[in-house]
Design a protein around this ligand. Structure first.
Ligand code: SAH
Length: 230
């Protein structure tokens, strides 16, 4: 099976590239795409750069040009749920865009006509992740991930996102990747390890924990790849 693994930042895919052995690379649409064989699968790996636009481009290219049949996202996020501490894993059951606002026309926050506020992730990949978590002896919280083109470093904004979308974590790429995959009919899975708590300390915590949290997420994603059937 051809599996896409994507991150937003170089630090999010470096631990994956370091683990897969030899790979080739090619440039397209402003990104570098890495290809290799791993555990019986063809992998296509890339980081998109930060935000909804760049991540949508990368996910589209992985599907349309490289023929990805499933897409797994590995990265870091700001935690909202009190259960999520720095380094903990959260997988999206559904994702939304917290910065979409056409409420002036009577629509709810996050809603785009002919779309939906929430995009559901693939249930069988979530079930596989639960099995992997059990066998690794780690906890992975399942929850709603809210995405927007903002680094949230404010308790007030974070609580608004929690109240409006019942979100457990927030980041800047998951919902755009989810929209691309849903529109192309490609099953997807979004995993994040917490790097900060999206409050006043978020910037400093992010810088401190980006690399260690990115590794936690990457390691889990590679275990999932090993368990994916052909
Ligand atoms: N320090 C970086 C910018 C990081 S932006 C630089 O200067 O280049 C934060 C990245 O991590 C995004 O890709 C986002 O998906 C994720 N993220 C982690 N914590 C976040 C938070 N509190 N708010 C929004 N995104 C967050």
């Amino acid at each position: 099976m051809k599996i896409a693994i994507m991150g937003a930042m170089r630090e999010e895919i470096e631990p994956i590239l370091e683990s897969v052995g030899s790979y080739t690379s090619s440039d397209h649409a402003g990104n570098t795409f890495y290809e290799c064989r791993y555990e019986g699968h063809d992998l296509i790996i890339a980081y998109s750069k930060i935000g909804k636009v760049f991540s949508a481009i990368t996910a589209s290219v992985m599907i349309e040009r490289f023929g990805a049949e499933k897409l797994l996202f590995s990265g870091v996020a700001g935690g909202i749920s009190k259960e999520l501490k720095i380094g903990d894993l959260v997988m999206a059951s559904a994702l939304c865009q917290h910065d979409v606002d056409i409420t002036a026309f009577g629509h709810p926050y996050g809603f785009i006509p002919e779309g939906s506020v929430m995009v559901d992730a693939d249930r069988s990949l979530i079930d596989l992740a639960k099995e992997v978590a059990r066998s690794m002896g780690v906890d992975v919280k399942e929850g709603i991930i809210a995405t927007g083109d903002q680094f949230v470093a404010s308790a007030e904004r974070k609580h608004w996102i929690e109240a409006t979308f019942k979100a457990d974590a927030l980041e800047m790429e998951g919902a755009s990747v989810a929209c691309v995959c849903a529109n192309f009919g490609v099953p997807f899975f979004i995993l994040r390890a917490i790097s900060d708590s999206a409050d006043g300390d978020a910037g400093m915590d992010f810088d401190t924990f980006l690399q260690s949290s990115a590794k936690v997420s990457a390691r889990f994603i590679l275990e999932m790849v090993k368990r994916l059937g052909n």
